[in-house]
Design a protein around this ligand. Structure first.
Ligand SMILES: O=P(O)(O)OC[C@H]1O[C@](O)(CO)[C@@H](O)[C@@H]1O
Length: 543
C-alpha cells in the first residue's frame, strides 16, 4: 500500500479551505434549497438503504472527499487487501478474513498457496460438528444430549460470537450458549454454577492460546468439570479454536477436537472463521453460512462499486470529515433493535483496536487525528439515557442510526412506535427547535411572558447534528453479515486514508506485561518499585 500523508494531498488542503467556508452551514438550509437532497445523498443497495443526507456536506464536500480517497490510492489499497498482500506489515501478514466468505471456486493465495481448500475443510468440520451437537447424535460422556454451550474467549474470540448470537437470538435452536470472557472469577463461577457438566459443551477460543483470561477460565472450568466427570470425558466436552495447535494439545485437547484458524485472520475480524463455532451451534450451520454470504455480497459491493455509490467508502469519508475537520472525537452507533445490543461493544474493538494508532506507516508520529471513539446503545433505551447530550450538549457527535423495516415477531404496533422514534430522532437532530418555535409553543400554553423568557434558552435545540440512517429490510443472518462487513470495510478505508496500520494492536501489550509482573508481586506479597500511586494501591490491596 502506498505511503501517503493525507494532510499533504491537494484534496486535504482543499477540504481545509472548504471547511472554513461551510463549517457552520445549517443542514436544514441545504434541505430547503434542494428538495432532492434526500435522494441525492443516499444509496440503495440490495436490502440496504443508506441515507447520508443529514450530514454537514454539500456536493462539493462529497467530491473533495472522493478526491482524497483517490489521492490516497484507495483503489490500489483495496486490491492489495483482497489480493492477500502483506498489508499487516508490522506482523508480516496478509489480512484475509474476506477469504473466509469467498466463493469456493475462486483462488486466494497466501505465500503462493491457495488457502480456500483448507478454509472449506474447516467449514465442513464446523458444519458436521454443529449438526451433530444440534441433532443430538454427538453426546456427552454419560450419553445425554448437549443442552448448553460455553464459549470461553476474550476480545475477538468473544465479542464477535456474542454479538452475533445475541443479534440472531430469533434464529436460535434449543442450545443455550453462554459466554465467559473476563478473568474476573465471579464471571466464570456465576456462569457455570447452574450448568450440568454432563450436558455442557465447552468451546475454548483463542487464536494465540496464550491469553491469560482464556487460559485461566479454561483451567477453572476443566477443574470444575473434573470434580464430577472422569478424565476421559474431557475429549467429549472440550473443543478448541486456535491457530496454535501445539499449545492446545499441551492443554489436553485432542487434535480431532481442534478447529484451526490462520494467522491471516485478525482476532477482531475472526467471527467468520471457526471462531464462529458457537454461532453455528446456536443458530445452525445454514444460518452461519447465510451470514457469510451476506458479508461476501458486501465485499463485492465494496470492491466493485464506484466510490461515489459505495456504502463503506461513503461512511468512512463522512466520518473522516467530522473527525479531521470538525474535530469530532466520537461517533455513536444506535441500533433500533434490541437484538443488536452488543453491536456497539463489538464495534468498539473492531474500530478502536484497529485505528487507535498515532504512528503512520513510516513509523512517524502523526499530526492529525486518527481513530474515533465509538459508543452506543440501542434505541429507544438510549433516548432515555444519553440523547440529552447529543441534542443539547456541547459536543458534536455524529451518529449512525440502524433500523429495520420489519420486526421479527411482526408486532406492528410496537414496530411502528419503535420506528417512529428512529425517524423522529434523526429529524429532531437535524431540525432542532428555534427560539421562535419554542416561544410560540410556550405562549400557546398561555405561559406568562416573564416565564417564557426565563425558560426559553433551556428549551432551544440547535439542531444541525449529523446522522446516517441505515435502513435494512429485516434482521436476518444475511443482512447482519452485510452490516458487519460494511463496518469492517469502513475501518479499512479510514486506515488507508490516515496512513496507519489498522491490523496490529501493539497498544494492548504493555498492560499485559505489567499485569504479569504485578501478579508475581501480589502472589509473593511483596510490592516492588512503582510510582507512589501504584505502590500505595498495591499495599492497600495486600493489607
Ligand atoms: O484469541 P486470542 O489470541 O486469545 O486473543 C484475544 C484478543 O486479545 C487481543 O490480542 C488483544 O487484547 C485481541 O486482538 C484479541 O482479539
Amino acid at each position: 500500500m502506498k505511503n501517503i500523508n493525507p494532510t499533504q494531498t491537494k484534496s486535504w488542503k482543499k477540504l481545509n479551505d472548504h471547511f472554513k467556508e461551510i463549517g457552520k452551514l445549517q443542514m436544514k438550509d441545504l434541505f430547503q434549497k434542494n428538495e432532492n437532497r434526500g435522494a441525492e445523498f443516499s444509496i440503495q443497495w440490495e436490502d440496504f438503504y443508506l441515507d447520508y443526507s443529514k450530514n454537514r456536506i454539500t456536493g462539493e464536500t462529497k467530491d473533495l472527499l472522493l478526491d482524497l480517497a483517490r489521492e490516497c490510492k484507495l483503489d490500489e489499497a483495496i486490491s492489495s487487501y483482497f489480493g492477500g498482500d502483506v498489508i499487516n506489515q508490522t506482523e508480516g501478514r496478509p489480512v484475509l478474513h474476506t477469504a473466509l466468505r469467498t466463493k469456493e471456486d475462486k483462488n486466494v493465495t497466501v505465500e503462493g498457496e491457495n488457502v480456500l481448500p483448507e478454509v472449506q475443510e474447516v467449514k465442513a468440520k464446523i458444519k458436521t460438528f454443529s449438526n451433530e451437537v444440534i441433532d443430538g447424535s454427538r453426546k456427552g460422556y454419560t450419553g445425554k444430549k448437549f443442552t448448553d454451550v460455553v464459549n470461553i474467549g476474550i476480545g475477538g474470540s468473544d465479542l464477535g460470537p456474542v454479538m452475533v448470537t445475541e443479534s440472531l437470538q430469533f434464529y436460535q435452536n434449543h442450545l443455550k450458549v453462554h459466554y465467559v470472557s473476563n478473568v474476573d472469577g465471579d464471571h466464570v463461577h456465576q456462569a457455570i454454577q447452574d450448568l450440568n457438566p454432563e450436558t455442557t459443551l465447552f468451546v475454548i477460543v483463542s487464536k494465540s492460546f496464550t491469553t491469560q483470561e482464556t487460559l485461566s477460565n479454561s483451567i477453572t472450568i476443566r477443574s470444575w468439570f473434573l470434580k464430577t466427570a472422569p478424565e476421559e470425558a474431557v475429549s467429549k466436552h472440550f473443543v478448541a479454536v486456535s491457530s496454535n495447535v501445539e499449545k492446545v494439545e499441551e492443554f489436553g485437547i485432542a487434535s480431532e477436537n481442534i478447529f484451526p484458524m490462520w494467522d491471516w485472520v485478525g482476532g477482531r475480524f475472526s467471527l467468520w472463521s471457526a471462531v464462529g463455532l458457537s454461532i453455528s451451534l446456536s443458530v445452525g450451520y445454514s444460518n452461519f453460512e447465510a451470514m457469510l454470504q451476506g458479508a461476501e455480497k458486501m465485499d463485492t459491493h465494496f470492491r466493485k462499486t464506484d466510490f461515489s455509490e459505495n456504502i463503506p467508502v461513503q461512511l468512512a469519508l463522512i466520518s473522516i470529515w467530522y473527525n479531521n475537520f470538525f474535530k469530532a472525537e466520537s461517533e455513536a452507533v444506535i441500533p433500533y433493535s434490541q437484538y443488536l445490543h452488543r453491536l456497539p461493544a463489538y464495534l468498539q474493538q473492531a474500530i478502536m483496536e484497529s485505528n487507535g494508532k498515532s504512528v503512520d506507516r513510516n513509523g512517524d508520529k502523526v499530526d492529525y487525528q486518527t481513530g474515533t471513539i465509538i459508543w452506543g446503545e440501542p434505541g429507544t433505551n438510549s433516548q432515555h439515557a444519553f440523547f440529552q447530550l447529543i441534542h443539547q450538549g456541547t459536543k458534536l457527535i455524529p451518529a449512525d442510526f440502524i433500523g429495520f423495516k420489519h420486526s421479527l415477531f411482526q408486532d406492528k404496533d410496537h414496530h411502528d412506535k419503535l420506528m417512529a422514534n428512529y425517524f423522529a430522532q434523526t429529524e429532531a437532530l437535524l431540525q432542532g427547535k428555534s427560539e421562535e418555535e419554542v416561544r410560540s409553543e410556550l405562549e400557546g400554553k398561555s405561559m406568562h411572558a416573564e416565564d417564557v423568557k426565563t425558560l426559553l434558552p433551556f428549551k432551544v435545540f440547535e439542531g444541525n447534528k449529523p446522522t446516517n440512517s441505515i435502513l435494512i429490510e429485516k434482521l436476518t443472518p444475511e443482512s447482519l453479515g452485510k452490516l458487519v462487513a460494511m463496518y469492517e470495510h469502513k475501518i479499512f478505508v479510514q486506515g488507508v486514508i490516515w496512513n496507519i496500520f489498522s491490523y496490529d494492536q501493539w497498544g494492548v501489550e504493555l498492560g499485559k506485561q505489567l499485569a504479569s509482573k504485578i501478579l508475581a508481586e501480589i502472589e509473593n506479597n511483596s510490592v516492588e518499585n512503582h510510582d507512589s500511586s501504584t505502590k500505595n494501591l498495591l499495599k492497600f490491596f495486600l493489607k
